[in-house]
Design a protein around this ligand. Structure first.
Ligand code: GLN
Length: 478
C-alpha cells in the first residue's frame, strides 16, 4: 500500500474507501462479524486527504505510514473516538488525551478507521465477554476470533485494515492472531508505553500489534515503541529497526522446543503444523533442541491470581464519579457506587471479587504471595534456557484451533485454558510473536516464538524467514 501511495498509483482516500467497502462485506445482519465498536470514515477521509497532499508534495520524505489505514482496540484512548473497553460502564466515554502509541501512529501518518471490539476490560479469550455482542471469526462465523483483541484480529483477517493495535495482558494479541490466521506481536514489557492504555493488570499489560504479515506487524511495533516520559515503566532503550530484516536464513540461531508446550492433550493438527514449522526452521539452518521449562504448569494458576488482584485495584477507579456512566436517582454514596458498578459484566465482577479476596488481609500470603513466587520460578526457567544458548523458543500459540461461539462460556476455567501457552511469557515480561503455520480443516493454526527480553528483532527475523519458507495461501473470508 505504501509503495502504491508513493508511486502515485493509489490515493490514501482510496484506501479509506476500500476499508469501508471491505467492512460492509462482513458487517450487517445477524451474522456480521462485529469487529468494530465505532468507526469514523468521514474523519478518516479528511486525514487521508491531508496525507495525499503531503505525498503529492514529496513522497520520498513523507511519514513512514502516510495514508495507511489502521484500527485500534477500544481500550486505547483517543480524543476523537469513544473508548468503551467493551463495557457499559464506559459507554459514551471520550478521553481528553491520545495514548502515546496513538500519537506516534498519527505522527507517522496512519489513518485511524475506528475502534475494535474486545472482551470487557480485556478479560477473556473469545471476545464473547464484550457488552456489545461477540465478534465472529471472519474465516468461520460460527467460531470465535479469540480474545481479548478479537475485534482487531478479525478486522485484519477480513481485510478491512492491513494492521491494528491490540493489547496483551496474558495472550490477548497472540491468541486472537492465531485464531484469525494473522501475525500478532507482544513486545517485551517496557518496550511500548502504556500511557493511554486502560489498565487491567499493570505489571503485565502491553500494547501489541497485529498485521497480515510479519513485516506489517513489525512496522507498527517499530512506530509505537520507545521511551516515554508519561510512563515510568517504559524503558529508555533504543528501538532497533524491526520491519524488513535483511539477513537471510537462520544459520547460527538455536531454537528450543519446550516439552511442556507439547502435552499429550495437544490437538493433533496443531501439533503437526508446529512440527512442520520446526522442520522448516531446521531447513533454514537453525539448530533445534528439546528443552524443559518445568514450572510451566503453574503459569495459569499464577496468572489468574495476579491479573485479577491487579485488576481489582485498577478497576476501583470506575466508581460512577470520575469516568463514564453514573447511575441516576441514587440517594447515598454507597448507592451511587453500587448501582454504577453494577454495569460491569459477569467476568469483570468475577475478577474483581477474586482479586479482592486474594489480596485480603487473611489470604494475601497464601494466594497473592504464592503466585508471585510461582511467577519468579516461571521467569527463572526461561532465563536458564536462554542462558544455556537458546535464542528463541518455538511453541504452539494455543492448544486448539478456534472453538465455537458459546462452547466455553459456561465454564470460566475452560476459557482460561485457551491462554495456557501464552501467559508464561507475559508473567516473565518476555517478547513473543504468533504467526500462521498452516491450517487444520480450514481453520488456522498459530506458531509462537518467545525470546529473551528485548529480542524483538530476532523474533521478527526468524518469523519472517518461516513465513516466507512456508508461503501459505491466505485462508478465505467466509
Ligand atoms: N485471556 C486472558 C484473560 O482473560 C488474557 C487477557 C489479555 O491478555 N488481556 O485475562
Amino acid at each position: 500500500m505504501s509503495r502504491a501511495l508513493r508511486d502515485g498509483d493509489l490515493r490514501a482516500g482510496d484506501l479509506v474507501d476500500s476499508a469501508e467497502a471491505a467492512l460492509s462485506l462482513v458487517e450487517g445482519g445477524a451474522d456480521g462479524i462485529n469487529a468494530f465498536l465505532s468507526t469514523d470514515f468521514e474523519r478518516a477521509r479528511q486525514r487521508a486527504s491531508e496525507m495525499d497532499d503531503e505525498l503529492r508534495d514529496d513522497a520520498e520524505v513523507s511519514r513512514p505510514l502516510a495514508g495507511i489505514p489502521v484500527a485500534l482496540k477500544d481500550n486505547i484512548v483517543t480524543t476523537d473516538h469513544f473508548t468503551t473497553c467493551g463495557s457499559r460502564i464506559l459507554e459514551g466515554y471520550r478521553s481528553p488525551f491520545d495514548a502515546t502509541a496513538v500519537r506516534r501512529l498519527r505522527d507517522a501518518g496512519a489513518v485511524i478507521i475506528g475502534k475494535t471490539n474486545m472482551d470487557e476490560f480485556a478479560m477473556g479469550s473469545s471476545t464473547e465477554s464484550s457488552a456489545y455482542g461477540p465478534t465472529r471469526n471472519p474465516l468461520d462465523r460460527q467460531r470465535v476470533p479469540g480474545g481479548s483483541s478479537g475485534g482487531s484480529a478479525a478486522a485484519v483477517a477480513a481485510g478491512i485494515v492491513p494492521a491494528a493495535l491490540g493489547s496483551e495482558t496474558g495472550g490477548s494479541v497472540r491468541q486472537p492472531a492465531a485464531f484469525c490466521g494473522v501475525v500478532g506481536i507482544k513486545p517485551t514489557y517496557g518496550r511500548v508505553s502504556r500511557y493511554g492504555l486502560v489498565a487491567f493488570a499493570s505489571s503485565l499489560d502491553q500494547i501489541g500489534t497485529l498485521g497480515r504479515t510479519v513485516d506489517d506487524a513489525a512496522l507498527l511495533l517499530e512506530t509505537i515503541a520507545g521511551a516515554d516520559p508519561y510512563d515510568a515503566t517504559c524503558a529508555h532503550r533504543p528501538v532497533p529497526p524491526l520491519a524488513h530484516p535483511t539477513e537471510q536464513g537462520l544459520e547460527g540461531v538455536t531454537v528450543g522446543v519446550p516439552e511442556e508446550y507439547f502435552p499429550d492433550s495437544l490437538d493433533a493438527g496443531v501439533r503437526a503444523r508446529c512440527d512442520e514449522a520446526r522442520r522448516v526452521m531446521e531447513a533454514l539452518g537453525a539448530t533445534v533442541r528439546e528443552v524443559s521449562l518445568p514450572h510451566t504448569r503453574f503459569a495459569i494458576p499464577a496468572y489468574y491470581v495476579i491479573a485479577p488482584a491487579e485488576a481489582s485495584s485498577n478497576l476501583a477507579r470506575f466508581d460512577g464519579v470520575r469516568y463514564g456512566v453514573r447511575a441516576r436517582g441514587v440517594v447515598t454514596v454507597d448507592d451511587l457506587y453500587e448501582r454504577s458498578r453494577a454495569l460491569f459484566g459477569p467476568e469483570v465482577k468475577r475478577r474483581i471479587m477474586l482479586g479482592t479476596f486474594t489480596l485480603s488481609a487473611g489470604h494475601h500470603d497464601a494466594y497473592y504471595g504464592r503466585a508471585r513466587q510461582a511467577r519468579s520460578r516461571i521467569a527463572a526457567d526461561f532465563e536458564k534456557v536462554f542462558a544455556g544458548g537458546v535464542d528463541l523458543l518455538l511453541t504452539p500459540t494455543a492448544p486448539t484451533t478456534p472453538f465455537r461461539l458459546g462452547e466455553r462460556t459456561a465454564d470460566p476455567y475452560e476459557m482460561y485454558l485457551a491462554d495456557v501457552f501464552t501467559v508464561a511469557a507475559s508473567l516473565s515480561g518476555l517478547p513473543a510473536l504468533s504467526l500462521p503455520v498452516g491450517a487444520v480443516e480450514g481453520l488456522p493454526v498459530g506458531g509462537q516464538l518467545i525470546g529473551p527480553r528485548w529480542s524483538e528483532a530476532t523474533l521478527v527475523r526468524a518469523a519472517r524467514e518461516v513465513e516466507s519458507a512456508l508461503a501459505l495461501v491466505p485462508l478465505t473470508v467466509a
